[in-house]
Design a binder for this molecule. Structure first.
Ligand code: NAP
Length: 259
């Protein structure tokens, strides 16, 4: 399917690996020029070069922490006038409800709620001026059904979801859509590190932890970054202009819900 976005320009935050990289690759495959970001330069430059070679699009890289004020200023300057924004950052660490104090919550809110909001606030106006834009926020299945060990993530991402629900309706009249993609378990470094935590806690191997977790997913496997990226690119396409303010689960059926 021709997504109809060849020649557009996208910012994909936190995109040297994992789900962000999947989104960057799928947008590039549709002919979209990119601004890519991550903290570490090695993986960022390698991923950018591989995308340039595979798809012939222009890729600018900005290495910085996207959750810091300085990092946001750098990325926003480079991304002025983008047509597409994909927000993403690392997720908060797991723990127990009684572990977390105010500073932990502020950090999680900064990373997974206030950072995407800052990017939308900075980049929505030019999309609205042009009469066309797409925003996809990478959130989590924890927005639909809480993951008890990820209380910081449950809290911060639900806050972002509430913000998007209202804002999406305010910008839609200008041809700009905002939607959230909610990943369930995908085979990325993040999933490996969570499996490592479970393995250490239960005294089992990482492979055993993964097999046990796969058994809880109706699709009986983890998702891939390519599947995730394809869904993101569709939401950013010309065909998705009537999809507004939605929260789309990509979880192999793991979240047991009727609607
Ligand atoms: P990942 O494989 O660990 O990749 C994270 C990417 O983001 C890397 O490129 C990393 O590069 C970059 N990054 C992290 N923190 C950053 C920061 N502060 N500033 C700039 N770049 C940053 O993670 P993932 O699995 O793709 O997860 C992406 C998001 O989806 C996370 O918020 C995660 O909690 C959420 N999620 C993932 C899953 C899953 O199963 N994978 C499920 C639900 C939710 P650097 O380290 O070099 O910065």
């Amino acid at each position: 399917m021709d997504l109809g976005i060849k020649g557009k320009r996208a910012l994909v935050c936190a995109s040297s690996k994992g789900l962000g990289l999947g989104c960057a690759e799928a947008l590039a495959a549709a002919g979209v020029d990119l601004v890519m970001n991550a903290r570490g330069t090695d993986a960022l430059e390698a991923s950018a070069e591989s995308i340039r070679a595979a798809h012939g699009v222009q890729v600018q890289t900005i290495a910085c922490d996207v959750t810091s004020a300085e990092g946001q200023a750098q990325v926003i300057e480079a991304a002025q006038g983008v047509d597409i924004l994909v927000t993403n950052a690392g997720g908060p660490p797991p723990g127990l409800w009684s572990d977390w104090d105010r500073d932990d919550f502020i950090k999680a809110l900064d990373s997974n709620m206030l950072t995407p909001i800052a990017f939308m606030k900075a980049l929505l106006p030019s999309m609205m001026d042009k009469g066309w834009g797409r925003v996809v926020n990478i959130t989590s299945q924890s927005v639909r059904a809480p993951i008890p060990a990820l209380g910081l993530s449950n809290a911060a991402r639900t806050g972002l979801t509430g913000y998007v629900a209202g804002t999406a309706r305010q910008v839609a009249p200008k041809g700009v859509t905002i939607n959230n993609l909610l990943p369930g378990i995908h085979a990325t470094d993040r999933a490996n590190s969570l499996d490592g935590g479970v393995a250490a806690q239960k005294g089992i191997s990482i492979d055993e932890a993964r097999t046990q977790r796969e058994a809880t997913i109706p699709a009986r496997r983890y998702g891939t970054r390519q599947e995730f990226g394809a869904a993101c690119a569709f939401l950013c396409s010309q065909h998705a202009g009537f999809i507004v303010g939605q929260n789309i689960l990509l979880d192999g059926g793991a979240t047991n819900l009727t609607i």
